[in-house]
Write a protein that binds this ligand. Structure first.
Ligand code: ZN
Length: 356
C-alpha cells in the first residue's frame, strides 16, 4: 500500500488553524508550508524529525510521548500555550506522531477540552475530522480526566463541584446557602444539597433527590427548609439550576435597598455576563423580597413575582441572600458570579466619597 501524501493525511480539527497528520518526510515540509502550516508539533517518542524543522526554520515543539500512551497534564497544558502563541502569530499548527491517529488525536482532543469542549463534543469533532482515529483506552481516559467537573455530564459531580467552588468564594460559609439542579421538569425532580451540611464538603453522593412536593425521594439527610423556594423558581422559570448564597454584600445591600423593593445594577461591563444583557448601560433590576421563615407563603410570593416579571436571573431576600438561576447549571453559576460581583461593586460604590 502506498503511503498517503502528506496533504491527504492532514486532518483539521479546527479548520485553518489546528490539524493532525502522519509524520512528515523532510521533502514534504515545503508542501506543508504551501498549504498554510506555519508551525509543527511532534509528539513522537524520538527526536528524529526535529533537525528538519530546525533547518527549515519552522517554529516547532516536541512533546515526547510513548506510542499508545497518554501525554501528561503538564504536556497538554504547555501544548495549549504553544498553540495559542502560534495562532496569535498567525500560524496554523499541525501535530504529528507516526500515523497521526492516536497520540496526535489525544493532543488535539486535549486542546479542545482545555478550551471548553465537553468530552462528547471532542470525540465527535475528532471522528468527523478523521474517522480513522483509534485512540486507546488509556488515551480516552486521559481526555475524560481533563474535563473540569463543571462540564461533566454527571450532574451530581458538577453540582458538588459548583457548591464547593461557591463556598470557597465565601458566599456560602458554613452550612449557609442551598443549591439545586433540575433532574426533570413535569414532574419536577431536583438534585439538592442536604440541610445542615457544610457547603465546602458536599460530595456528589451526598446530594438528595427531591420531588415536586419537597420530599426526599433518594439519599440520606434532610431537605433544606428552603426547598419550596427552589421548586417555585424551577417551576416558574423552567430553570436548570438554582443557586442560593448568603454573601456579605447580598445581605447588606438587600437590607439597604429593601424599602425600594429592588436594587438596580447599571454601568458595569460585567453585567453583560447575564443572559440577554448586551450593554453595560442596561438597567438590571434584582427584586428584593422581605425575608420570612414561612416557606409556604414565601414560595407563593416568589411564584407570584416570577409570573409578573419574566427575564429575571435572580432575586434577593432582605437580610438573607441571593437566589440566582439559569437554564443550565453552567449558566446559573455564571449568574451567581456576575450578580455577586456587581453587588460588591454597588456596595463599594456607595462607600466612595462623592466627587464635588
Ligand atoms: Zn438561605
Amino acid at each position: 500500500m502506498t503511503q498517503a501524501t502528506i496533504t491527504e493525511s492532514l486532518w483539521w480539527i479546527i479548520p485553518g488553524k489546528l490539524a493532525g497528520m502522519r509524520r512528515p518526510e523532510c521533502d514534504e515540509l515545503d508542501t506543508l508550508q504551501a498549504i498554510g502550516i506555519g508551525a509543527i508539533v511532534s509528539v513522537m517518542d524520538d527526536p528524529s524529525n526535529l533537525t528538519f524543522y530546525e533547518s527549515a526554520e519552522i517554529p516547532y515543539h516536541w512533546f515526547p510521548t510513548k506510542g499508545g500512551a497518554p501525554p501528561t497534564r503538564e504536556q497538554v497544558g504547555a501544548f495549549r500555550i504553544f498553540v495559542e502563541e502560534q495562532l496569535a502569530a498567525g500560524r496554523a499548527i499541525s501535530v504529528h506522531c507516526s500515523s497521526g491517529r492516536r497520540r496526535t488525536a489525544t493532543f488535539l482532543g486535549a486542546y479542545l477540552i482545555l478550551t471548553g469542549a465537553s468530552y462528547e463534543q471532542t470525540l465527535d469533532a475528532i471522528v468527523q475530522a478523521n474517522p480513522a482515529v483509534e485512540m486507546r483506552a488509556a488515551q480516552l481516559n486521559f481526555l475524560k480526566s481533563l474535563v473540569p467537573p463543571l462540564y461533566s455530564s454527571d450532574l451530581r459531580k458538577a453540582l458538588s463541584w459548583v457548591v464547593a467552588d461557591i463556598h470557597s468564594k465565601g458566599w456560602a460559609q458554613g452550612t449557609g446557602g442551598n443549591f439545586s439542579a433540575a433532574l426533570s421538569h413535569q414532574p419536577t425532580t431536583l438534585l439538592m444539597t442536604p440541610s445542615g451540611v457544610d457547603k465546602g464538603l458536599v460530595q456528589p453522593d451526598a446530594l438528595l433527590e427531591i420531588d415536586a412536593d419537597g420530599q426526599v425521594v433518594s439519599g440520606k439527610g434532610k431537605a433544606s427548609a428552603e426547598t419550596l423556594l427552589h421548586l417555585a423558581i424551577v417551576e416558574s422559570t423552567r430553570a436548570g439550576a438554582v443557586l442560593h448564597t448568603h454573601s456579605i454584600f447580598g445581605t447588606l445591600l438587600s437590607i439597604h435597598y429593601a424599602p425600594l423593593g429592588e436594587i438596580v445594577l447599571s454601568g458595569y461591563e460585567m453585567l453583560k455576563g447575564l443572559e440577554g444583557i448586551r450593554t453595560h448601560e442596561a438597567q438590571v433590576s434584582i427584586p428584593i423580597m422581605a425575608n420570612s421563615q414561612n416557606m409556604v407563603q414565601l414560595s407563593q410570593d416568589i411564584r407570584c413575582l416570577l409570573q409578573q416579571r419574566s427575564g429575571l436571573n435572580g432575586l434577593l431576600l432582605a437580610g438573607h441572600g441571593l437566589y440566582a438561576w439559569g437554564d443550565t447549571l453552567f449558566q446559573a453559576r455564571r449568574h451567581v458570579e456576575i450578580i455577586e460581583f456587581c453587588l460588591e461593586l454597588a456596595y463599594r460604590q456607595l462607600t466612595l466619597p462623592k466627587i464635588t
